[in-house]
Design a protein. Structure first.
Length: 183
């Protein structure tokens, strides 16, 4: 990644699109699919910034509040004959939880199931679980919360202005130890 400012600019453009398309006059399956797709693309961009050490510690430590639903029983949630999440997860007993920046991105990038949930004429939240988590938890994430989360990474204040690295023999590379921003 040459310069993260271009990535942040693209995230800002995608966030404008997501905010604009969050509300709709008439719902369609296509609208939902495009909205889900754009969320996944933004998550990939944010994860790329995180993995390429282009984000300061304050942004990196951002968490998103979620509701999580525990998996019921031993029957797996599968592509063929999966039923609905209500058939496999305890939707009646949500638990407040938080997901780290990487966890949010990975849930959206590697989603096994993603469903937008509407309130009135807007996308209010999403139910999502990754392939890895499908036997453990389903997460409900408020759209407002995930857009605020992504906004932190689109802002130039999340960029690194000073960093400390330490050599790691096992990885044969330098590891980012501390990354501060312009705050």
């Amino acid at each position: 990644m040459i310069d993260s400012c271009y990535w942040r600019a693209e995230i800002r453009n995608d966030l404008i699109w997501l905010r604009k398309k969050r509300k709709y006059k008439r719902w369609s399956e296509k609208q939902s699919a495009l909205f889900e797709r754009k969320l996944m693309i933004v998550a990939f961009q944010v994860r790329s910034l995180l993995e390429h050490s282009k984000v300061n510690d304050q942004a990196r430590e951002t968490c998103v509040p979620v509701l999580r639903y525990k998996k019921n029983g031993h029957r797996p949630f599968t592509n063929a004959g999966a039923g609905w999440p209500e058939d496999r997860f305890d939707m009646g007993h949500p638990e407040p939880h938080t997901l780290s920046a990487l966890e949010v991105c990975n849930q959206l990038i590697h989603y096994y199931w993603m469903q937008t949930i509407t309130e009135g004429t807007s996308f209010a939240s999403m139910l999502v679980f990754s392939d890895y988590q499908r036997h453990k938890w389903a997460y409900e994430i408020r759209i407002d919360d995930v857009l605020k989360f992504f906004h932190k990474f689109s802002d130039e204040s999340s960029a690194i202005t000073n960093a400390s690295y330490k050599w790691c023999d096992k990885k044969q590379d330098y590891l980012l130890i501390k990354a501060s921003g312009s705050e």
